[in-house]
Design a protein around this ligand. Structure first.
Ligand code: NAP
Length: 435
């Protein structure tokens, strides 16, 4: 029997498990280890709560999780309760599918002021991640700035701009739903250091901003390149830029203004003990999609700054790490360690890019690499070995059946119309399991 440990139970982890099942048939036992008592990683904690159709992919992962040869081993932190060296000796292969849940730093003066928040923290807060339950983002000012021109910036902007009624059917956690319902924010400035042709937003997600009940997007027509230049864009980008062009024609006002501020590079955040304004430098295009600073700066008043500028994978002791890239050192998913049985997949392998589905071929590639590198099972201790090690350490591991009890309890206490009310504290998750 071949024993495989996958660390992380998000999309990359489940696609890898599925691929290993297909690759090795009945000759494999897979343990999916997660530091939280609940599975699905990015699907639960990253995908926006008002995008339930995207979250529905977890049903596919559930099918994998319920297979006889796949176990969920939740509430176990690798690098703490078990080391990577121990896992490498227990399993034929260990796959790091830990995602990229840590914010990249803005690295500008004032980025440590209260009121400056990274998107991992802000998204984690409204999605009920236990690490960010107590974030309490300041929503009492009239304005917020969202830095970045990717889909995460769009998620954050939409969540800040939506009316409470627009969260019906979502699983936004009640602490965030209540706080956003009392929010004083009436202007959200979306700050991009380059121009409309360089956005990393996808058309469907950008188009949504044009259909919000109480918010209207504004684009300065002067920022738009000549329309003929759109011909050089790929179809998706062209469609997204088309949305910006249509936003530029909107003249109506609503309660909340969403202002796109292109060619604006953040240079500092200022305020008296907290964020009060974002200072940006005007940039100008210099060809090839690049920009240069003009030296002209101005202030965007805001009591909340959410930096949506990308993520890093946290290091794990004993795992080679590429600090510049912010992910595990690897060559096509192979992480260089003695024994050659450590792999990285998904965002932990290639950085935080691509859609959820991009992780599927990643997982299949890793399963093929494991088969090529280790054609024979090595007769290792696998899951039973892990269990005795964790038992000796008094670890309280959570199984998939335990998770299903937690899931049922979350469904039972949901607000009207919501699919679930997540537990946002680990102790409460464990209490629901034990109830
Ligand atoms: P992203 O797509 O890489 O966008 C990051 C943005 O931050 C870019 O506009 C980038 O500008 C900007 N940026 C980076 N450093 C900056 C700095 N120092 N100052 C100002 N701006 C800076 O990343 P993301 O939005 O975090 O999304 C991550 C991945 O998840 C993407 O693949 C995304 O499509 C996906 N996602 C998908 C959905 C969905 O499909 N519904 C939702 C959320 C996320 P430059 O281009 O100038 O570097």
């Amino acid at each position: 029997m071949r024993h495989i440990a996958i660390i992380g139970s998000g999309p990359a982890g489940y696609y890898t498990a599925e691929a290993c099942q297909k690759q090795f048939g009945n000759d494999v036992a897979i343990d999916m280890i997660d530091r939280l008592p609940v599975p699905y990683g990015l699907i639960r904690f990253g995908v926006a709560p008002d995008h339930q159709s995207i979250k529905a992919v977890s049903r596919r992962y559930e099918q994998v999780a319920l297979s006889d040869n796949v176990r969920f081993v939740g509430n176990i932190t690798v690098g703490d309760q078990v080391t990577i060296e121990e896992l490498l000796s227990l399993y034929d292969a260990v796959v790091l599918a830990t995602g990229a849940p840590v914010d990249r730093a803005l690295g500008i003066p004032g980025d440590d002021l209260p009121g400056v928040i990274g998107s991992a923290a802000f998204v984690g807060w409204y999605n009920g991640h236990p690490d960010f339950t107590d974030l309490n983002p300041p929503l009492d000012g009239a304005a917020a700035a969202v830095i970045g021109n990717g889909n995460v910036a769009l998620d954050v902007t939409r969540i800040l701009a939506k009316a409470p009624a627009e969260f019906v059917g979502s699983d936004i956690v009640t602490h965030a739903f209540a706080a956003l319902g009392n929010s004083a924010i009436r202007r959200v400035t979306v700050v991009g250091r380059r121009g409309p042709h360089q956005i990393a937003m996808t058309p469907k997600e950008l188009g949504e901003l044009g259909h919000l009940q109480r918010a209207v997007p504004h684009v300065d027509p002067a920022d738009l390149p000549p329309e003929a230049d759109d011909a050089a864009l790929d179809p998706g980008q062209r469609k997204a830029v088309g949305h910006l062009r249509s936003f530029a024609t909107l003249t109506q006002d609503k309660d909340v203004a969403v202002d796109f501020d292109f060619y604006a590079r953040p240079v500092a955040i200022e305020g008296d003990g907290k964020a009060e304004r974002l200072i940006v430098e005007r940039t100008r295009p210099v060809g090839d999609g690049q920009v240069e600073g003009t030296g002209e700066t101005y202030a965007i008043p805001c009591g909340l700054v959410v930096a949506c500028i990308g993520y890093r994978t946290p290091p794990i002791p004993g795992v080679p790490y590429d600090d510049r890239a912010g992910r595990f050192a690897n060559s096509e998913g192979r992480v260089p360690v003695d024994g050659g049985n450590l792999y990285a997949v998904g965002w932990a392998r290639r950085g935080p890019t691509g859609t959820i589905g991009t992780n599927r071929p990643d997982g299949y590639m890793i399963a093929e690499s494991i088969a090529a590198d280790h054609p024979q099972a090595a007769n290792k201790a696998g899951g039973p070995g892990l269990d005795s090690l964790l038992a000796a350490r008094g670890a309280d591991k959570v199984s998939f059946a335990d998770w299903q009890r937690i899931e049922a309890a979350e469904a039972a206490r949901a607000r009207d119309g919501a699919p679930r009310e997540k537990f946002v504290v680990v102790a409460d998750m464990l209490a629901a399991r034990d109830a």
